[in-house]
Ligand binder design. Structure first.
Ligand code: PFF
Length: 440
């Protein structure tokens, strides 16, 4: 059996985890969800859930991965909990579903990069989206995006994932700062900020329950939780570090990028008079493209924006593929390269319906976020909080001297609030997905 790979550096691990977290979720999904769900009210609910629900579940994934040093499925028997293996299996399944449509959206991004160069979307943003998002274009660029992702994953942990994340993530953050600064100079800026940043407390309290499922789904999606990415990434840790520090940093950077993305995106949309809540999955693309199509120098800004989005999407996409590839390598003792190609091909096939129809893309997105990730998170919280609590606490304290009180608080947050909220959200998610399927 081949020797298990490890990260070369601490910063490499952190950037790879940030790379997984920061992606289309922050820049494409977050603005349109925020817009659909009433702007700032959603933002507040989301921020609370990130801290109270997201961070504790991330720590569960990290302690399982670091203790087991195994893939998402094999980790459970390795830490003495073979009956819980099914959590890992659900995670791997979620990976197939998520990457299958994530790569379709990744393919849209490539088309928008090309469109920025050729001027393809200038003046006809709606039509461009229509021809990019569904059908043969979508499928062809989906394939291209998957091929790039598979190329990086086949290079391995250090030479592929770590090296790519080290270059790409600082570029994403730098470019986003420039774009947000440019957005601030636009005429729609103050209107966009007001919509985005001034919460109406009465809607938050009144709508708290109805905001919860989407906000929790987004919190899990954006932090890449519930399907074992963080188990897999922590399994490549060679030494004991302070996992709480690392998680806080990852959560902070991801949240910073999401907020920054909103600051960059909303001024463009408002400058165009686009209603950000109206268009569902297409809002960000259509609204931004029409802004880039009319602003002076918009083609350059568009090129920068979509290139940044492409890098962000890549680092997330390869983390999803890595979960499944790492399972295949550990379990079947196969070589990384053929395993990567075969798995990427299957994922591509699973995603064909989502490239052909936006209805399927919306359905896959709902199944992944509202059922699979939330269900995975719920099971991880039950496992970590109730069945594995003392080992999990021991593991968290390695690399974190002291910390008795903190670990106790962590376990109790998992046991009660996290379990209750996720159970409620899962129930809602199942009802919502059944509704989407019924309406198809
Ligand atoms: N966190 C990624 C994003 O915000 O785009 C998406 C994602 C990656 C979700 C990995 C789930 C996952 F396991």
């Amino acid at each position: 059996m081949a020797i298990r790979e490890t990260w070369a550096t601490r910063i490499g691990f952190i950037l790879a985890a940030v790379g997984s977290a920061v992606g289309l979720g922050n820049i494409w999904r977050f603005p349109f969800l925020t817009a659909e769900s009433g702007g700032a009210a959603f933002l507040v609910a989301y921020l609370i859930l990130i801290v109270v629900i997201g961070l504790p579940v991330m720590l569960v994934e990290f302690v399982i991965g670091r203790r087991a040093k195994q893939n998402v499925v094999g980790a459970f028997p390795e830490i003495g909990a073979p009956t819980w293996k099914f959590i890992g299996a659900i995670g791997a399944l979620a990976g197939f579903v998520i990457l299958s449509y994530y790569s379709v959206v990744g393919g849209w991004v490539i088309q928008y990069i090309v469109g920025s160069v050729t001027g393809g979307y200038a003046g006809n943003a709606e039509a461009f989206f229509g021809s990019a998002a569904e059908g043969t274009n979508a499928l062809a660029y989906d394939l291209l995006f998957m091929a790039i992702v598979a190329g990086i994953v086949s290079l391995g942990v250090r030479d592929g994932l770590e090296r790519a994340a080290k270059v790409m993530i600082p570029s994403v953050v730098g470019l986003l700062v420039i774009l947000a600064a440019y957005g601030a100079t636009l005429s729609g800026a103050s209107e966009g900020y007001a919509y985005y940043l001034s919460p109406d407390m009465s809607t938050i309290v009144g709508d708290a329950i109805s905001l919860l499922p989407d906000a929790a789904g987004q919190a899990f999606f954006t932090l890449s939780l519930g399907m074992g990415v963080m188990i897999t990434y922590a399994s490549y840790l060679g030494e004991d570090r302070n996992l709480l520090h690392d998680s806080l940093l990852i959560v902070a950077v991801d949240t910073f990028v999401a907020i920054l993305a909103g600051l960059a995106v909303f001024p463009f949309l408002f400058a165009q008079g686009v209603d950000p809540g109206a268009g569902g999955v297409g809002t960000t693309f259509v609204g931004l493209a029409s802004a880039f199509g009319t602003l002076p120098g918009g083609q350059v800004v568009g090129f920068v924006f979509f290139s940044m989005l492409f890098l962000a999407a890549l680092t997330s996409a390869f983390s999803i593929l890595e979960v499944i590839v790492s399972f295949a390598i550990d379990t079947f003792d196969v070589d990384r390269r053929p395993a990567t190609v075969a798995i990427a091909a299957v994922i591509f096939l699973v995603g064909v319906p989502t490239a052909m129809s936006l209805d399927y893309l919306t359905l896959y997105d709902a199944i992944a976020n509202q059922i699979l990730l939330i269900g995975g998170g719920l099971l991880l919280a039950i496992f970590g909080g109730w069945f594995f609590a003392s080992e999990a606490s021991d593991e968290l304290r390695r690399g974190m001297p002291g910390g008795e009180t903190l670990t106790t608080v962590w376990i109790w947050v998992l046991r009660v609030p996290v379990v209750l909220v996720l159970a409620y959200v899962l129930y809602n998610g199942i009802v919502a997905v059944a509704g989407i399927v019924g309406g198809m």
